[in-house]
Design a binder for this molecule. Structure first.
Ligand SMILES: Cc1ncc(COP(=O)(O)O)c(C=O)c1O
Length: 443
């Protein structure tokens, strides 16, 4: 083992090929606005907002200062039977930003915890209504809902099932909406596919009986499994069916929240109000871990008003729910989004971004390009016998050339900060095009 191996070895890295990484590490040591700096002094253009979270760009002064000030004032406050004003202020702001009567906010520390929280609230809600038998949870194939047992159960990623099984046993899944034959190279929401929502009514409701189903959880735009943009009318149809049978509809907006697909939430972009929305990532601009579930008023009131007076109504919470550093970071992030009009800016840039990414269809091995707002997926034909290799090689080439992209299977995802300039969009897409050409030469 080299000295470097010794230093790197103790850290068991998440969702990472540990052995390969430790042979050839990629180390980031600083970040500012659109760029990371590496330990060998290079600048890397961030085409992925970190992990889909740094929507306002890196190390924004207002957010940094708010966190610094907060940690020096009150580092921690107990989350149970105690409060601090910023937790209430933030909830009020999020309630005002969320669509419809989504106006009660439950805090957690990540998207995964947000998913668990929303699923538990769904069960608690039905029980409070006297329908505790509604405990079947419906997810979707190719859904990613984080790494907890609740999330991997309602999620639809085969690798999770292979290793961990399906820990929640009262679950079922809708088919995913990805279809290259019908929708390849769609710009924005594809026209084909709304009818896929009908499976909920045609198969799932009759199989489980509506009286047993608690909730349906979907990402309005599936990110982690390869940027699957919702077909026009699909989410609307899910909403109608859920209403008809009394099922709660949960949108996991962990990556789509805070301007990624246009307006603040994808719920706003498609005009569908879910019963609960899970947020995280962009909420604090990636600075301090935080997630939240925003629930409809009726859900809160049903759970709370059905408990005996003076008793804890929802038996759930985390030591760091509404952590003071996270609430300070979130309030400052919302200020930054608002003052700089970043959601508006993202929407204005979206057509330029679309034009740029769609030009990649000319590159070798590209079999689809899809986009919505400031997110794009570029799907490559897999190398025979070596799935994922082509995309990962492209990722490494881009990194060498000073650009950060992300890959999942043989799909490349880009989700840059909303502060990106047109010149930086050109650089991001131009570098990716060069990398695809070079990788194409290798077969
Ligand atoms: C849609 C969605 N839900 C949940 C999560 C999990 O979030 P976290 O990694 O913060 O637990 C992610 C993470 O990428 C996500 O994309």
């Amino acid at each position: 083992m080299t000295a470097r191996d010794t230093r790197l070895e103790p850290y068991w890295m998440p969702f990472t090929a540990n052995r390969a990484f430790k042979q050839a590490p990629r180390m980031l040591v600083a970040a500012k606005d659109m760029h990371y700096s590496t330990d060998d002094g290079r600048q890397i253009l961030d085409g992925t907002s970190g992990l889909w979270c740094v929507n306002a760009g890196h190390c924004r002064p207002r957010i940094v200062e708010a966190i610094q000030k907060q940690v020096a004032t009150m580092d921690y406050a107990p989350a149970f039977q105690m409060g601090h004003p910023d937790a209430f202020r933030l909830a009020e702001r999020l309630a005002a930003m969320a669509p419809g009567d989504l106006d009660h906010v439950f805090y957690c520390n990540s998207g995964s915890e947000g998913v668990d929280t929303a699923l538990k609230i769904a069960l608690a809600y039905h029980r409070a209504r006297g329908e505790g038998h509604r405990n079947v949870l419906i997810g979707r194939e190719r859904g990613y809902h984080g790494a907890g047992f609740g999330g991997i159960s309602v999620g639809g990623i085969p690798a999770n099932r292979k290793v961990y099984g399906n820990m929640l046993f009262r679950v079922d899944h809708l088919a995913h909406t990805h279809n290259l034959k019908e929708n390849a190279f769609s710009r924005g929401q594809p026209a084909w596919g709304a009818h896929l929502a009908d499976e909920l009514e045609a198969r799932i409701v009759p199989l489980h009986d509506a009286s047993n189903i608690a909730a349906v959880i979907v990402e309005p735009l599936a990110g982690s499994t390869g940027v699957l943009v919702p077909p026009k009318g699909y989410l609307e149809r899910l909403r109608q069916i859920c209403d008809k049978y009394g099922l709660l509809l949960i949108f996991d907006e962990v990556i789509t929240g805070f301007g990624r697909t246009g307006p603040c939430f994808t719920a706003d972009a498609v005009g569908v109000v879910p019963d609960m929305m899970i947020i995280a990532k962009g909420l604090t601009n990636g600075t301090v871990p935080m997630g939240a579930v925003i629930a409809r008023r009726d859900i809160y009131e049903t759970v709370v008003n059905n408990a005996p007076p003076g008793m804890v109504e929802l038996f759930h919470g985390y030591t760091y729910s509404g952590h003071p550093l996270a609430t300070a970071a979130a309030l400052a992030s919302l200020d930054t989004f608002e003052e700089e009009g970043l959601f508006q800016r993202g929407q204005e840039l979206a057509p330029y971004f679309e034009q740029a990414v769609q030009s990649l269809r000319e590159m070798p091995n590209v079999i689809d390009v899809r986009n919505m707002g400031l997110v794009a997926g570029i799907e490559l034909e897999s190398r025979p016998g070596a799935p994922t290799a082509r995309a990962f090689e492209t990722f490494l080439k881009c990194y060498e050339k000073g650009v950060l992209i992300r890959t999942t299977g043989d799909i490349i995802a880009m989700s840059p900060p909303l502060i990106i300039s047109k010149a930086q969009i050109d650089e991001l897409v131009g570098t990716l095009a060069d990398a695809l050409r070079e990788v194409g030469r290798n077969g």
